[in-house]
Ligand binder design. Structure first.
Ligand code: GAP
Length: 519
């Protein structure tokens, strides 16, 4: 995947996010900290809208899903039972010269073979290796580097086709020959090592092994650990789900692509428990469709979404099937939401490690069993990035003098937009206009996020709101005050972000109109 600086669209989105207060680098005044991000005033509103919508649709508006909030630090045994202590690893490669660290499955290499004139491909001569980090252009980059190597070594003949492999596939004897992507020279890369991605901390006064605890790498284990408590107290009946929204932490080796892969991020996960005899494939499909529809409901175009079914041979032994909903990010098609059918592995593991039975007594079937689970798991930050990428748009609009100029606009779905409506008095030095505009702001404010702005020419104020995706702007002018007669008195100009059309609307009808658009 390419970084924002190599991708013009991502660069524009990142710069807009910073300029307009959506997303900042964490601790920026200290030079930032890699893999951590802060959300500014508009980003915080957008995040909240995503979370609230998910919570309403997933929990409040359903009879079969309840919500919890479990602690970020849980008993360390939770992570032994879940398999994270032993298996939550990424293969990692160090460059001993540059001190950079790469994920082995994101570092690609290729053998450079040259076929001498009049020789056949079977007699190709290996002249060295090339390497490149994963991106949309990995293959092209390897090809270019191979040509460069051939030129440098002044070897005659034809380059054999490049066959890229990732570093986990390198044979031990090849490792010293593969150049580091950081230095371009071979000999400094280490063999891949398993690197546990859980962030550790210590609980209590002692700093020894007995005090080790982990920041959760997923919220899901909270739902499994609390399963019994919810069943005992919640009057839930299978099939039912337990959902939660919360921060998760992973010591990602290569956090990248803005907020796409961070070390601290927020997940929205739901564990849907079904009978061991139920048709898991039907429920799996049900939840894939639900997630897809939900993404469309927050403004992500269906055409930008696709599905990826994990191949059977790559699934964990307990998994029945995992499907990822993929989004076409500017840096490539990547995982947005994973929907996994996990059998009864998690509850069985926790029963084994805790010694507490997690069987469920099914009153209808009159029998006990360990429920199976379907898990839709998504990151708030990845949804937010997908929403930003699908909303970003440049079109043409007339400036103050009627000359066409490029307009940057975020076409957020009104229900997800951070600001729903901006209210402007036509002029800031006319107290009657200002007072009336403030009254309109106060009328709308209890129902939605309203932004009041009186600075600058009206056209510039519209542009500022277009750039942050405000779907509606309301202007209070002299007509509102009744200066052109009673017909237009108590009406305002309502301007639509996408069509840029302006209509007159009675103030008394404004709230109902806006509510109908944002709900
Ligand atoms: N409980 C299952 C689980 O956590 P996952 O595929 O590792 O599965 C679920 O994570 C979702 O969390 C992903 O689909 C993605 O949306 C989000 N996510 C995972 N790692 C992330 C990271 N480092 N940064 C941002 N979001 C991440």
């Amino acid at each position: 995947m390419s970084e924002p600086k190599d991708n013009p669209l991502m660069e524009k989105i990142v710069s807009l996010c910073k300029r307009r207060g959506f997303i900042f680098q964490s601790s920026e005044i200290y030079g930032g900290i890699n893999g951590f991000w802060d959300y500014g005033p508009l980003g915080a509103e957008l995040r909240r809208n995503i979370r609230d919508r998910w919570w309403n649709d997933m929990v409040r508006n359903r009879d079969d899903v309840v919500g919890i909030e479990s602690s970020i630090i849980m008993h360390p045994k939770v992570w032994e039972a879940s398999g994270h202590v032993a298996g939550f690893n990424d293969p990692m490669v160090d460059c001993k010269v540059s001190k950079q660290r790469f994920r082995a499955d994101q570092l690609f290499f290729a053998r450079v073979d040259v076929i001498a004139e009049q020789a056949d491909a079977a007699n190709a001569q290996t002249i060295g290796y090339v390497s490149a980090l994963e991106s949309e252009q990995t293959e092209g980059e390897l090809q270019e580097k191979a040509l460069e190597l051939k030129r440098k070594k002044a070897v005659r003949g034809q380059l054999a086709p490049i066959a890229p492999l990732d570093f986990t596939q390198a044979k031990p004897e090849e490792i010293p020959l593969i150049p580091s992507p950081a230095t371009g020279e071979p000999g400094s890369l280490t063999p891949p090592r398993a690197f546990n991605m859980m962030l550790q901390t210590y609980i209590g006064a002692l700093r020894d092994e007995s005090a080790v605890a982990y920041l959760r790498p997923e919220t899901a284990q909270g739902m499994f650990a609390d399963f019994k408590a919810v069943v005992d107290t919640g009057r839930v009946k299978i099939p039912f789900g337990i959902a939660q929204i919360g921060k998760s932490f992973r010591n990602e080796i290569t956090p990248r692509n803005f907020i796409f892969r961070s070390r601290e991020f927020e997940q929205m996960e739901m564990e849907y428990f079904i009978s061991d005899e139920d048709d898991w494939a039907k429920w799996h499909r049900h939840w894939i469709d639900w997630c897809r529809d939900w993404l469309v409901s927050v403004g992500i175009p269906a055409a930008q979404l696709s599905e990826y079914n994990h191949p059977k041979e790559k699934l964990s032994h307990y998994s029945r099937g995992t499907t990822d909903i993929m989004f076409n990010y500017p840096f490539g098609v990547q995982e947005l939401w994973g929907i996994a059918a996990r059998g009864n592995y998690d509850l069985s593991q926790h029963a084994k490690f805790s010694g507490v039975s997690l069987e469920y007594f099914d009153e209808t079937a009159k029998r006990k069993y360990v429920p199976h689970v379907i898990e839709p798991a998504v990151g708030v930050d990845r949804i937010l990035l997908a929403i930003l990428c699908s909303a970003y748009c440049e079109d043409e609009a007339p400036d103050e003098k009627g000359k066409m100029e490029t307009r940057v606009v975020l076409r957020f779905a009104p229900r997800i937009a951070p600001i729903k409506v901006a209210v402007f008095p036509l002029l800031k030095n006319k107290p009657e206009l200002v007072a009336r505009a403030k009254a309109v702001r106060d009328l709308l404010r209890p129902h939605m996020n309203v932004f009041y702005d009186e600075a600058g020419a009206i056209g510039r104020r519209y542009r500022r709101q277009d750039e942050v995706g405000t779907p509606f702007c309301v202007t209070i002018d002299f007509d509102t005050l009744g200066e052109k007669g009673d017909d237009l008195k108590d009406t305002v100009t309502l301007r639509d972000r996408d069509t840029m059309k302006q209509d007159r609307l009675k103030i008394s009808e404004l709230l109902a109109f806006l509510l109908s658009k944002i709900r």
